[in-house]
Design a protein around this ligand. Sequence first.
Ligand SMILES: Nc1ncnc2c1ncn2[C@@H]1O[C@H](COP(=O)(O)OP(=O)(O)OP(=O)(O)O)[C@@H](O)[C@H]1O
Length: 338
Amino acid sequence: MSDRLLADWQAHALNLESEINKVVVGQESPVRLITTAIFARGHVLLEGDVGVGKTTLLRAFTRGIGGGYQRIEGTIDLMPNDLVYHTYLGEDGRPHVSPGPLLSEGENLAVFFFNEINRARPQVHSLLLRVMAERTLSAFNKEHQFPHMLVFADRNQVEKEETFEIPSAARDRFMMEIPIVVPSDADVMESLMFDTRFHNVDALVERVPGGILQFDQLNEFAALVQDKVQASPALRRYALNLWLATKTPGQYGIQIGGVDINRLVIAGASPRGMAMMLRAARVNAWLNGRDAVLPEDIHAVFHETVAHRLVFSPVYEMRRTEIARELLSGIVNAISVP
Ligand SMILES: Nc1ncnc2c1ncn2[C@@H]1O[C@H](COP(=O)(O)OP(=O)(O)OP(=O)(O)O)[C@@H](O)[C@H]1O
């Protein structure tokens, strides 16, 4: 019975991916990773340029899974309450209060997109992190629940002025950080420029058939995937070695040009991080029609689930993206595959 369910949902998930890939072009890898996060029930950091289709991508996913979508812009003067309610003067000349983006969809909130999260102040980050962890919020004398919400937060990495970087403890709560960059294929670039289909986000998103999946069944189904996809003892040892290597890469013979490897890492991946990596790897195995995790499932999500959790010595933080890439591929090459 559960095997049938796993196979049916795999077909739906692959159908969702292919419909999304029709409207957001040249982003197959982020689409696969977001699908993985949705089925692993993990929040996502997006690292991307401006105008690369992040909003389109998230709205298209929400249309495919159903449920509500909300977006908020991070600004320096955003206050935590701006996520919870708006006040305005009504036509009757009296003040009114209406629910803000976190509350307006009620329990149906499926995707909450926080654009440019690092422009918002730490008080706003801490409210969001609490909601992400607890999936509840007290407001208007009531406890509000968000059982189906996934948060997608974009960090603007282009401009650094007047930004508040989210601290490592906060980054650790996100399952993945997914880069979204301009597609490099010339044909895709040309169609993004000339094909008017891509110029109207509302019309584009409408092309995704609604309700391919049911957002309010995802938690239950995700638990089934985690339960059914197995990890062999050899795979477990392999994953453990990868984890140890993130803490002391020097002991595994990893070298990176211009970096004193023994001083690079202040903190390797956390237990929460490695648990999230395994959740994502299990989903990747299921998406590929398997009932056991292979090393290639770990490789498919290793960088995106681990890189944002590593804390480097301050001297190396400026080159963080490049060093993390080299370090993690060095680890994958150094640890022998079972
Ligand atoms: N890969 C893509 N496929 C389809 N449309 C795209 C793609 N990249 C950009 N676009 C189009 O570019 C426009 C901007 O996209 P969108 O608003 O989703 O970007 P964004 O990354 O959210 O931007 P911002 O960072 O400014 O919020 C839209 O009209 C969208 O359809």
